[in-house]
Design a protein around this ligand. Structure first.
Ligand code: NAD
Length: 247
């Protein structure tokens, strides 16, 4: 076990999929976890489910594109716990339409959540992390941030930007002992993927040298490692967790 005893950890997009697995994994390793979701109902549902499984977690649903709202929630969390140690920017949406069928509003929507929201949450926690002389910011990128993808251009474009934010903030914040890294998952078995029919899954698996789709736990463990003191000399990396998939 990696002991994150008392480390106040915020996970955006923590209500389902990869995010809720990160929440559970950090709880199992003694962190004090606060999840963010998009709506009151989905946050409540996630908190109830977590409670049933024995995890005590708090939840908020700020509009991640409204800096003042994000800043106020971060202040509230800081007032309650006295510190914010780890921020995990995991909320994200994807796209798969051809460019002719994509409206500029679709492109803006993706960039708003996948990129601008990370700017807002990071900007809000950095003063606290500087004051406490250290912290960790982790972002969820994607394997499409390395290879692009043949449709839905906003999604890979946003994840290339996530890598840019990660590498640049890592350099800016290293003197303040704040490490910034990203995890780039390959295709991962969240609800959406798990519900795909066998005939769609098989060809996907055939492109993955390790011969299987990633489990949310595979991704959560990478976040855990990067958040832990075991990664104390690692900053500015985009860690691919994709079974060596290359497309
Ligand atoms: P998911 O759809 O299961 O979960 C997305 C999370 O983001 C939810 O908790 C949701 O509440 C939150 N969210 C969505 N819209 C929001 C909004 N407007 N405001 C605030 N929160 C919002 O997705 P997932 O597959 O678990 O993806 C999580 C992250 O992993 C994303 O950044 C995604 O790009 C990345 N990723 C996923 C895969 C995969 O195969 N599942 C692969 C690579 C990268």
């Amino acid at each position: 076990m990696i002991d994150l005893e008392g480390k106040v950890t915020i996970v955006t997009g923590g209500t389902r999929g990869i995010g809720i697995e990160i929440v559970k994994t950090f709880c199992e390793n003694n962190a004090k976890v606060i999840l963010f979701g998009s709506r009151k109902e989905t946050v409540k549902k996630a908190l109830d489910k977590l409670k049933e499984e024995g995890f005590e977690v708090k939840g908020y649903y700020p509009n991640l594109n409204d800096f003042e709202e994000v800043n106020n929630v971060m202040k509230e969390i800081h007032d309650e716990f006295g510190h914010i140690d780890i921020l995990i920017n995991n909320a994200g949406i994807s796209a798969n339409k051809k460019i002719e069928d994509t409206e500029s509003s679709d492109f803006i929507k993706i960039m708003n959540l996948n990129v601008n929201a990370i700017f807002n949450t990071s900007k809000a926690v950095v003063p606290f992390m500087k004051e406490q002389k250290g912290g960790v910011i982790l972002n969820t990128s994607s394997m499409v941030s390395i290879y692009g993808q043949p449709s839905g251009v906003g999604y890979p474009a946003s994840k290339f930007a996530v890598n840019g934010l990660t590498k640049s903030l890592a350099r800016e914040l290293a003197p303040a002992n704040i490490r910034v890294n990203a995890v780039a998952p390959g295709i991962t078995k969240t609800d959406m993927v798990a519900s795909l029919p066998e005939e769609m899954i098989k060809p996907l698996i055939a492109t993955i040298p390790l011969g299987r789709i990633g489990e949310p736990k595979d991704i959560a463990n990478a976040f855990l490692f990067l958040a832990s003191p075991m990664a104390s000399y690692i900053t500015g990396v985009v860690l691919q967790v994709d079974g060596a998939a290359r497309n």
